[in-house]
Design a protein around this ligand. Sequence first.
Ligand code: C5P
Length: 308
Amino acid sequence: MTRGPDQVCVRAPAKINLALCVGAVRDDGFHDLASVFQAVSLFEDVTATAADDVTVEIEGVGATSVPTDATNLAVRAATLLAERTGVDAGVRLHIRKRAPVSGGMAGGSADAAATLLACDTLWRTGLSRDGLRELASELGSDVPFALLGGTALGTGRGEQLTPALARGEYQWVLAIADAGLSTPHVYGEYDRLQTGRVRPEPRVPDAMMQALRSGDPEVLGRSLVNDLQPAACQLMPSLVQTLDVGSEYGALGGLVSGSGPTVAFLVRDNEAALDLCVALTASGTVGSVTRATGPVAGARVVEPVAHR
Ligand code: C5P
């Protein structure tokens, strides 16, 4: 058998939910979803180096608030892959974070997806793409999408994916809050707000699918929808002001991404993006502002990235 590489680097994208339509709670405690994911150019880089044990070190945005023990999602991904494929090896993981932690952009899921692909390449497990996807969905609802990338429709608890017919490239301005929001907490608040209401089967509005096919950002901007937004705003009222800044300063549309608290604004062009970045920063309602484009590819092996 030929020896594998000693080090593999994988880059995986964060996501924005262009639509997040939430249905009833299932028997397993998850909510039925119909969602449109778009992978955006805010990347997590995971470098996997052959080692005896599984360890992780993290640098970049919010690094100090992420656990580095066995609960870390990347550590769990490496351990799960080794267990399922019978690999008797460890790995040293280095994560360069760019997506906000607990920000509703699936940064942790991107770390897990990147780790699965990096360790699979490092250890040469011979697992099929379907096998990797299966492990990804065990790790979390958003992990399969970080492997796939692009623009995709997600059903089930978000893990069943169909690539969407989508044209065009979109420019996003991302308003990142100082603190994060816990996903279970936001879903809990959503349930509380929905008490006593009948919840129909979730369905992405036709207008959204048409907007994606047309590639017209103006139409897409009007179609953005997130059923979790009222719950996120209830838990973090400053999000309402942040959303207002977008409407006032010419965003084509804006919404809380996933369970929040990151707010994603779709803008027409570079100039509009710069204007909105300035307005958001001046508003004092956000921790930081950054920009991204989408769609981008899912997790892929890249040349090793230099770090420390
Ligand atoms: O799958 P993931 O680990 O990302 O989910 C985190 C939490 O978000 C779940 O434990 C659950 O509380 C909530 N969730 C949900 N329905 C979904 C996805 C997530 O209730 N479809």
